[in-house]
Design a protein around this ligand. Structure first.
Ligand code: SF4
Length: 399
C-alpha cells in the first residue's frame, strides 16, 4: 500500500478550501434565496444531493442563512436505490424530520415504476439509443408533479435547489453535466436543473462550484460532527467504494442501470464484507439484457397498414416477463434470507403492491398501445418489408 504523507499545511489548506466552498454557497443563497418564500430541494440520496441537503439545513440551523417560510426536501425514491444509499437516506430523513424539516417521498405511480412498467405492461428495458424512457418517468415527472402540487398550495413560484456540480473538467468546457453523465454524476441531476418548468419554479445549484474532494470531505468528516449537523452521511461513501470513493468516482443511479456499461458502484460494494450478501443483485443486469433479445419480444410483420416503422421490435412476451419476474423474486429472497440471518438491511425489489399489480396486468393480458399479443416473436423469419411498402419474400433455401 502506498504510504500517504500529510502535513499540517495540507490540513489547513483543505480546511480553507472547504470554508471557501461553503462561503460561496452561502453567498449564492444570500443573493437569490430571499426572493423566494418557499424553497424545495431535489434529493436523490446520492453524494451531491445529500451534500446539498445536509449543508443547506446546517447553514439554516446554525444561523448562517435565514430560513425561508417553508423548506421542503423532496426525496426521489426510484425503488431502485443502491441499498446503502437507501439505508443512509432513511436515517438522514429521520434526522431531518427531528429538526422539523418537511420531507416528501416522491415515487412514480405504481404502474409507471421501472419494474412494473417492464414486467407488467411489457415495455422493454431502456437502452442508450432510441429508447430511454426511465429517467423522465421514474425521476423527473414525479418530481415535477410534486413541485406542481407545492406551487398550487403556495400560489407562487418556489426556489428549487439542486445538487448539480460542474466539477473541475466541466468548468473548462462551461457545460453543465447533464443527466446520466459518467465520472461521478448522478442520473437525472442535470435534468432537474434543465427541465423543471420555469413557470412554477426557478432553479439554483448552490454547490455548482464544489469539487468532488470537498463533497467527500463534507460527507465523511464534516456533516457527521455535531457542530456541522450530526448527520448520518458517512455511510454514503460505502456505495461509492468506501475509503477509495474519491478515486473510484463511481456514477450511481439505479441498481443495475441498463444504460451503464458497468455496475462500478455495485461491483465495489459487493467486495466489502458488510455488503457482500448483495451479490445476487449482479444477476439483474443480465435479466435486462436478455429481455431486449428478439426472441423475448414481439415484432410487427410490416404488413400492418398504419405502421410507419416497419417490422419494429416491440414489447416483451408474457413468457419472458414471467421468467424475469421469477428470477427477480428469487434474487430478492436469496438476499433477504442472508440479511435476516445476519441482521443486515433487507432489499425490496418488488413489494407486495407492485407484485399484485404485475400479476393483475398479466391476467387482463395487458400490452403497450398498438400491440395485442398476437404478433410473432422477433426471432421468427419473415418477408422483408421496406419503408415504401415493397416486399422482398423470404428466400427459402430448403426447397
Ligand atoms: S440510472 Fe439508469 S435506469 Fe435509472 S433512471 Fe437513470 S438511466 Fe434509467
Amino acid at each position: 500500500m502506498k504510504a500517504i504523507q500529510t502535513n499540517l499545511f495540507e490540513g489547513i489548506s483543505k480546511r480553507l478550501q472547504m470554508n471557501e466552498s461553503i462561503e460561496l454557497t452561502t453567498q449564492s443563497l444570500l443573493a437569490y434565496g430571499p426572493k423566494y418564500k418557499h424553497w424545495c430541494m431535489a434529493w436523490s440520496g446520492g453524494k451531491d444531493s445529500t451534500t446539498l441537503v445536509t449543508l443547506i439545513v446546517w447553514l439554516i440551523t446554525s444561523g448562517r442563512l435565514k430560513a425561508p417560510e417553508t423548506l421542503t426536501v423532496m426525496y426521489a425514491d426510484t425503488r431502485l436505490e443502491l441499498t446503502p444509499l437507501y439505508f443512509a437516506a432513511q436515517q438522514i430523513m429521520e434526522e431531518l424530520e427531528e429538526l422539523g424539516i418537511t420531507v416528501k417521498i416522491v415515487t412514480a405511480p405504481l404502474d409507471k415504476r421501472f419494474m412494473t412498467y417492464i414486467l407488467g405492461r411489457g415495455v422493454p428495458p431502456p437502452n442508450n439509443n432510441t429508447f430511454r424512457w426511465c429517467t423522465r418517468q421514474i425521476k423527473i415527472d414525479p418530481m415535477k408533479a410534486e413541485l406542481e402540487k407545492i406551487f398550487k398550495e403556495k400560489g407562487e413560484k418556489v426556489l428549487m435547489l439542486t445538487g448539480v456540480r460542474q466539477g473541475e473538467s466541466a468548468i473548462r468546457d462551461q457545460r453543465i453535466i447533464m443527466s446520466c453523465g459518467k465520472d461521478g454524476a448522478e442520473c437525472g441531476q442535470g435534468w432537474y436543473q434543465e427541465t423543471m418548468p420555469e413557470s412554477i419554479c426557478d432553479t439554483l445549484a448552490p454547490i455548482l462550484h464544489w469539487r468532488v474532494c470537498h463533497v467527500w470531505e463534507w460527507l465523511k468528516h464534516w456533516a457527521p460532527l455535531p457542530e456541522y449537523g450530526d448527520f448520518s452521511t458517512a455511510l454514503i461513501a460505502d456505495a461509492y467504494g468506501g475509503d477509495e470513493a474519491e478515486e473510484i468516482n463511481a456514477r450511481t443511479g439505479c441498481i443495475a442501470c441498463p444504460l451503464a456499461s458497468k455496475d462500478t458502484a455495485l461491483d465495489n460494494l459487493v467486495k466489502r464484507l458488510t455488503w457482500g450478501y448483495l451479490f445476487p443483485l449482479k444477476r439483474l443486469k443480465p435479466i435486462w439484457r436478455d429481455l431486449r433479445l428478439p426472441q423475448n419480444r414481439l415484432r410487427k410483420t410490416g404488413k400492418e397498414s398504419k405502421e410507419k416503422n416497419k417490422q419494429r421490435l416491440g414489447p416483451l412476451t408474457m413468457e419472458s416477463r414471467k421468467r424475469a419476474y421469477k428470477e427477480i423474486i428469487r434474487i430478492q429472497n436469496e438476499i433477504n434470507k442472508v440479511a435476516v440471518k445476519e441482521g443486515k438491511p433487507t432489499v425490496t425489489l418488488l413489494n407486495k403492491q407492485e407484485r399484485n399489480l404485475i400479476r393483475s396486468l398479466w391476467k387482463v393480458n395487458r400490452w403497450p398501445n398498438r400491440w395485442d399479443g398476437t404478433e410473432p416473436t422477433g426471432d421468427v423469419l419473415m418477408d422483408t418489408v421496406y419503408p415504401d411498402g415493397s416486399i422482398q419474400p423470404l428466400i427459402n433455401f430448403g426447397k
